[in-house]
Each structure stands twice: as C-alpha cells, then as structure tokens.
Design a protein around this ligand. Structure first.
Ligand code: G
Ligand code: G
Ligand code: MN
Length: 780
C-alpha cells in the first residue's frame, strides 16, 4: 500500500508539473500572440482603411472624368436650351448607364432639381449638397454622400453653353455590389460596412460586404464611439478590431463612414490549429511521462517492497533468504548491505542461541537444553535412563588448582564421555557433573554404559607435571520407574549420584528409601523443630575413660530423637537434613543449652566431668557462636574449661579463615576444642598446626580392629605420638574390646570411648554409672 502511495505520488508529481508548466506556457504564448495579433491587426486595419480611401479617390477621379464628357454632349446642351425635359432625362439615363450611375440629376444654377432619373421623381426639390455645386465650377468634384437612405458616389459637373446653364450630378451607388467589387479588386478586409447618418445622430448601414457581421451594432452595443483608431469589440461572440473612416467631403452634409473589421478569431485560427497540435503533443508527453514515472517508481518500490518483506521475515526469525537485488545503483548497494547485515544478525543470533543452550567450557548442551531434549524425547519414547556423571573431587580440585585448569579438565572429561557414548544426549548438568540421557535403554545396557563411563574417567587427567584424579560417580534414574517428569528425573539421578559415592563400583540406581531428599523430609524438619521446642529430643552421654587415672572424667553428648510415629530417628539421618535445610543452628543451640544445663547440675552435685558437644561444619560459619556460648556459660555459672567442642576437619575446609577465627574466639573463652573423626577425610597436618586444638579423636575405623590389624596399631601409635608432640590430648573412639583398650593404654592414649566402656546413656543414668565404674570387674 505504501509502495503504491509512493508510485502514485511520483506519478502525480510528474503529471502536475508537466501540466502546470505547459499550461503556463500556453497561456503566455496565447497572450503574447494575441497582443501581437492585435497590434498587427490594428496596423493592417489602418493600412486597409487608407488603401480603401485612396481607391475611392482613384475611382472618384475616373468617374468625374467620364461624367465630364457629359458636359460636352451637344444633345444634352440642346435639350437643356430647349427645355426638353424628356430628352434631358433620356440623355442622362444613357450616360448614367455608361458610367454606372443609377441616379442622374439635372440641377439649376439656383440649386433646384430640374430633372431626376429616379423612377418616381421622389419629390426632391433642391440639391442637398450645395458645397459640391460650388466646388464643381473650380475643380472636379466627387464625394460619397447619403441620399434617401442609400450611399452614392456623387459626381457634380457644370454644363456650359457657353455660359454655365446647369449642373449634372451622377449618383453612382455605393452598395453591397460596389463593396464586393472593391474587395475583388484589392486586398480589402472582408468585414466592411458603410454607414450614413440619415437622420440626426442615427447611423444606418447603407452597404455591407457579404460577411453580414453587424460591426456597427457591435460598436454601439459596447458603447464605443466611431473611432479612427482600432478598438476591440465582440460581435456574436467573435472578437473584432474595428475602425471607422469618414468618406468623401466632410462638408457634404450627410457624412458616410466606412467601418472596417479585422477578425481576431480568423487571425488566431492558424495559431489555434498549432495549439491543438500542441495539446495533442502535451497529451502524448503526459502519457509517456506517466508511464515513465510509473516505471521508475515501480523500479524503486519493487526492491523496497522486497526489502520490507525480508525485514518482516527477519522479524519472524527467518533469515533464510536475504533480499537479493541484482542492481548496481543505490538500491542494489542497500540490498547488498542489507544481506550482509542479515548474515551478521543470523550469525550473531546463532551464536547467542548456541551460547544460551550450550555450556561455554565444554560446548556440550547445557542443563536447560538437556531438559528440553529429554522432555522432547519423553513424548516419543515411553522409557529411558538418565545417568548423572559426577566428578566428585571437582570442588576441591578447583580450590586447589584454580578454574583455568579446572575448565581444561572438564573439557577433557566431556570429550571422554562423548567418545564413550554412542547414542543419546550428552550434556553438562552442573559445575561438577555431566548427564547422559538414553531413551529406550534396558537395565543391562545402562549399567554397562555407567561402568564404561567410570572406566574412561578413572585414568587421571594429565597436564605437564600435574596428574589429577577426578573420582567419577554415576547415579542412574529410570523413567518412568523413578520419576514422572524431567525435573524429577534430574533430581533423582543426582541423589543416586551421591549414593554412588558410597559404593565401591561408584555406580548406583536411585533408591527412594535412602533418598534424603524424598518428599517427607520437609515434614521431618517441621517435626524436628516441634521436637526441639517441646523437648522431645534428648541428649545421651557416652562416658570417656581417662586411661591414666582410670576414672570417667568426661563424656560426649549425643542427640537422641524419639519420633512419635517413626520411632527413634538416627542423628545421621536428621543432622545432615538439618544442615541442608538451614536448621542446624537450632539443633546446636538446643544441644549446647541442654549440655551446659546438665553440666551445671552435675558440677553442683560434685560430679566433675568435662562434656563434649558436637558442632556441625556450618556452626563455625556463625560469628555469633562464641558470644552465645559465653552467655550460656555465664547464665549457668559454669566454667568454660568443663565444656569441650567436637568439630570435624571438613568444618574448617570451606571457609578456613572465618572458621579458624571462630575457633580462636571459642578457645579464647577457655573451653576445649577436639578434632573429631581424625584420620579420615581430608586430614591436613598444615591445618592441624594452625587450629587452636586441645585434643584429637582418632576415628573408630582405626580402633575397632586394633586387636587384629597391625597397621591400624601402627597408625594409632603414630597419631598418639604426633598428637603428644603437638601438645594435644588423644581420645580413641569405637573401643569395642579389652584388647584395644589395653593397647591404647600401652601407647599412652589419654582417653578411651566406646561400647566396651559404655554406650551413650540418658543423663540420669550417667552419675550412677560413673560412681560404680571403678568397682566393676571389667574395668582396667
Ligand atoms: O552416636 P550416634 O550414632 O548417635 O552419632 C551419629 C553422628 O551424629 C555422630 O557423627 C555425631 O557426631 C553426630 N551427633 C550426635 N549428636 C549431635 C549433636 O548434638 N550435634 C551435632 N552437630 N552432631 C551430633
Ligand atoms: O563422630 P562421633 O565421634 O561424634 O561419633 C560418635 C558415634 O560413634 C555415635 O554414633 C556413637 O553411637 C558411636 N559409637 C560410640 N562408641 C562406639 C563403639 O564402640 N563402636 C561403634 N561402632 N560405634 C560407637
Ligand atoms: Mn563426636
């Protein structure tokens, strides 16, 4: 529509311009031509009038001469002398016929009419033009006069015998025929009229050429006076230049005037025919201009329309065929620039789309792309397996060697997984994991692929002098067995991957029973909060035996929860859950308050025991912890030295600086800090040196087999020596038999804790257990 508008506008513009210019020119040319024609017509008219008057003079001379002959006519003179009127009339008629006069008069010297050839005699008594009579005696006299409503060429000649006896007047009619004759003889304009003033101030036409144009009527209608100069008048809708000329002797009473007309229309006729040719040419030019403008406009608007169409295509995201216009001009350049731009946009969009759907490091599809692909695949297939491949040491590796090497390692792992996977979708699932989606796979094939993946990922990543083990684990979730949709499938596969960490082959299927994330865990947390608020949880105390003195001088507080419906819930299940859901501070606060209150009671009873409370890793991220513990100790009036805190080494790993600061403040209060589960996990002697630690608790894994395992004995011995060198006390946990207890005593271990001594017990059993301990036979 817009293009048509442009075409229409251009065409209209061209047409109006042509028409306006041509019309203006036409008006100008017509005006100029008309002006010139009027001037030229005026000139011609004046010339014609002069010629006409001159011709009349010539005729006048000739007629006078021929009438002169009459004066010499003897018969006439005799007839006059004899007063023979009939003869006179006869002679006059003869002569009159010869010279073409229609009226002959014989005039007495006194001016009376003596003979008149007019048929009826007309009753004319006196000659009406006495001036002509006077001049006739001195020269040839002829004049155009009006007589009885007609114009005559009146020639007056005296008759001598030998004295003047009479005058003869010959009236040659100046009528239509006369004028026609004159026109034939000379180049007189065809519009000519003779007028005579018959009555006072009333002009009448006495002769006219055969054009029958009423010039006199036109003049008087327009109010023009009779003028010697040409005037413009309109007669019967036609334009004339008109001029009047007095004929004959002005003294001859009844004047005759000639009115000569010059038809402007006739003069313009040739120009008019030129004008119509011109109009034809103009129409032709217009047509050509119109067609040209239309074609040019189309030449512009077509490519513009094509460009607009491809812009709309791009808007819809279709970059397939950019507008190709094979032209050299500006539009061609525009189209070329446009194509380049389209290409650039397409590449950029492809790049952006690729980035949006792919992982920048490995160029594998990212998690959301994978989710979409799985979603899609679930429409086509009714089963499938999702393998979550975790590189479990990745967080630690990145912390140690940095992201650059971490990225290279991930790329290498991605390459290995891609090569190992012949079908399905491979994608990056998270910072430390990949996923493989196998539609329509049976259990055996899935297990085979999982083990194969472990195999290809097991060889360490090599780079110059570094060699890194990623420790892969594969979790598998099956659709539709384990999950109903994609996001559930992903989450289940992740849970399975964590489970895989704990099995030797590092491959595990999702197991709803062991899923800490299964639905219901949130309600468990709600229940835990309730339990804490209503004291449905309790601390049990496991005695620690002082191996030097042989008395129970300390204990570990261990939380116990009796769930109203589930029964006893093991701390391993809800402590981790509390850590993950942000509820651990609540548990710790409760445990500390409860243990310190118990301490206060025991100390008041005179039971001097040091009580150890377990802290979770997250607790060390709370900078308020030392102040809170100090407040509790003050509140219960318990000295700090009776309280011990057990932390695992991993608690310090996440945010070492902050954790160490909190530990320093705690130690600064005067309480004791013990490293729990020492010997497993990421033990680092460097940290050990930095930590404000008073005791090490050797993990039960080294203690349980002390009786049979020589290397465990060596490890325990070394740890004891190392700890003592660093000035730390040593506690052995998991003491399950007398042999272990004996060996620990031998190597100088400070405390022993374990089922062999006692399991954790309610607080009210503890005092009597301590009191009776030394007396029991099993004691060392
Ligand atoms: O003795 P038992 O099997 O209940 O202990 C299981 C785990 O729970 C142990 O590792 C122990 O450190 C932890 N634990 C027991 N009580 C508490 C507690 O009050 N706070 C924290 N953070 N951990 C506890
Ligand atoms: O990590 P921590 O030291 O807090 O662990 C204490 C855990 O050890 C508790 O779950 C407790 O029940 C358990 N425990 C205590 N003594 C023994 C023992 O002699 N043998 C075994 N297997 N576990 C014990
Ligand atoms: Mn402990």
């Amino acid at each position: 529509m817009a293009a048509l508008g442009f075409r229409l506008r251009l065409t209209l513009f061209v047409v109006t311009t042509i028409v306006a210019v041509q019309a203006l020119t036409a008006v100008l040319v017509t005006q100029i031509t008309r002006h010139q024609l009027i001037a030229e017509g005026g000139r011609q008219l004046t010339m014609s009038a002069n010629t006409f008057v001159n011709q009349l003079d010539d005729i006048s001379a000739r007629v006078a001469e021929s009438v002169q002959v009459l004066a010499l006519d003897y018969a006439l003179r005799a007839a006059i002398a004899q007063r023979d009127r009939d003869t006179v009339l006869s002679v006059l008629r003869n002569h009159g016929r010869r010279v073409g006069a229609t009226r002959m008069l014989m005039i007495g010297l006194d001016g009376s009419i003596q003979a008149d050839t007019a048929a009826s005699g007309s009753g004319l008594q006196r000659f009406p033009f006495p001036e002509l009579m006077d001049s006739a005696f001195t020269r040839r006299t002829a004049a155009v006069v009006a007589l009885d409503g007609k114009a005559y060429w009146m020639v007056v000649v005296p008759i001598y015998a030998p004295q003047p006896v009479a005058l003869v007047a010959a009236g040659i009619p100046v009528d239509d025929a006369f004028l026609a004759r004159m026109q034939r003889l000379s180049a007189l304009p065809k519009d000519i009229q003779l007028i005579a003033q018959t009555r006072t101030a009333a002009w009448e036409v006495v002769a006219r050429s055969d054009s029958h144009i009423d010039l006199l009527g036109g003049l008087s209608a327009a109010g023009h006076p009779l003028a010697e100069q040409p005037v413009l008048e309109t007669v019967d809708g036609r334009e004339y230049l008109v001029l009047a000329r007095a004929l004959g002797d002005p003294r001859a009473g009844a004047p005759v005037q000639a009115i000569i007309g010059y038809s402007l229309d006739d003069a313009l006729r040739p120009y008019k025919s030129v004008l119509s040719t011109w109009l034809g040419l103009l129409a032709l030019g217009l047509l050509v201009g119109l067609a040209g403008a239309w074609l040019i406009a189309r030449g512009v608007s077509r490519p513009v329309e094509a460009l607009a169409a491809s812009v709309r295509r791009i808007e819809r995201g279709d970059y397939s065929a950019p507008a190709l216009i094979d032209r050299e001009d500006e539009l061609g350049q525009l189209a070329a620039a446009f194509s380049t731009m389209t290409l650039a946009i397409r590449q950029r969009e492809e790049h952006i789309r690729f980035q949006a759907l792919h992982d920048a490091v490995t160029a594998l599809p990212n998690r959301s792309a994978a989710e979409a692909a799985i979603q899609c695949s679930l429409h086509e297939h009714d089963s499938g397996a999702l393998l979550m491949v975790g590189l479990t040491r990745m967080p630690e590796i990145i912390k140690t060697v940095g992201h650059a090497l971490g990225d290279r390692l991930m790329r290498d792992a991605a390459e290995r997984i891609r090569e190992a996977t012949t079908r399905g979708v491979v994608a990056r699932a998270s910072d430390t994991s990949f996923l493989v989606w196998l539609p329509e796979a049976d259990r055996t094939a899935v297990i085979a692929l999982a083990l194969h993946l472990i195999d290809v990922l097991n060889p360490p990543y090599q780079e110059r002098d570094v060699s890194i083990d990623v420790v892969p684990a594969v979790g598998i979730a099956l659709y539709p067995r384990h999950a109903a949709d994609t996001s559930e499938l992903l989450q289940r596969a992740e849970v399975a991957q964590f489970a895989a960490l704990r099995v030797p082959e590092a491959v595990a299927f999702y197991d709803a029973a062991s899923d800490p994330h299964r639905p219901g865990r949130l309600s468990l947390m709600g229940d835990l909060r309730e339990a804490i608020a209503h004291d449905d949880v309790a601390l049990h105390y496991q005695p620690k035996l002082n191996l030097r003195s042989g008395v129970i001088d300390s204990a570990e507080a261990l939380i116990r929860w009796q769930h109203p419906k589930l029964g006893p819930v093991p701390p391993d299940a809800f402590i981790t859950l509390a850590e993950e859901t942000g509820n651990i501070h609540r548990v710790t606060r409760w445990a500390l308050a409860s243990a310190i209150a118990q301490l206060q009671r025991w100390l008041a009873q005179g039971l001097n025991v040091r009580v150890a409370v377990n802290l979770s890793a997250r607790d060390l991220h709370d900078p308020e912890l030392p102040r809170r513990i100090a407040d509790l100790l003050t509140l219960h009036q318990v000295e700090a030295r009776w309280l011990e805190l057990e932390i695992t080494e991993s608690a310090v790993i996440g945010e070492p600086a902050a954790a160490i600061q909190v530990l320093r403040e705690l130690a600064g209060l005067g309480l004791h800090v013990a490293v729990d589960d020492f010997g497993v996990g990421e033990s680092s002697l460097a940290y050990l040196r930095k930590l404000p630690v008073h005791a090490l608790k050797i993990d039960k894994m080294f203690i349980q087999r002390l009786a049979t395992d020589a290397s465990d004995r060596m490890i325990v011995h070394s740890i004891v020596e190392l700890a003592h060198r660093l000035n730390h006390r040593v506690v052995a946990e998991g003491v399950e038999d007398a042999a272990a207890l004996a060996y620990l005593g031998e190597v100088g271990c400070d405390h022993a804790q374990g089922h062999h001594i006692a399991a954790a017990m309610p607080a009210d059993h503890f005092a009597s257990f301590v009191a009776h301990f030394g007396t029991a036979p099993s004691a060392c």
